[in-house]
Design a binder for this molecule. Structure first.
Ligand SMILES: [Zn+2]
Length: 87
């Protein structure tokens, strides 16, 4: 393999551990819930989920789970849930 590519692979391995270098500006995922699949997206500073809970509340367990999973890779405005509110 070319040495220049080997260097890039080494750098990528280091970057992959430094997740705070990455901030999602938008995303779209399929989420397998317990009863069915949902489509979730984050765009223009707003979450959206196809589940019925989200339609009423503007957030749901699916968007909350993504906040947890991606925490340091989401812009501040995407982090809307106070996770310690229930403890
Ligand atoms: Zn949902």
């Amino acid at each position: 393999m070319q040495s220049s590519l080997i260097g890039k692979i080494e750098k990528a391995k280091r970057y992959a551990l430094e997740t705070d270098r990455i901030t999602f500006s938008e995303l779209s995922v399929k989420f397998r819930g317990e009863n069915s699949d949902y489509l979730i997206n984050y765009k223009d500073g707003k979450w959206h989920c196809s589940c019925s809970f989200f339609a009423s509340w503007g957030q749901c367990s699916h968007t909350m789970a993504l906040e947890k999973i991606l925490s340091n890779m989401l812009p501040k405005e995407a982090l809307v849930t106070q996770f310690d509110a229930t403890s």
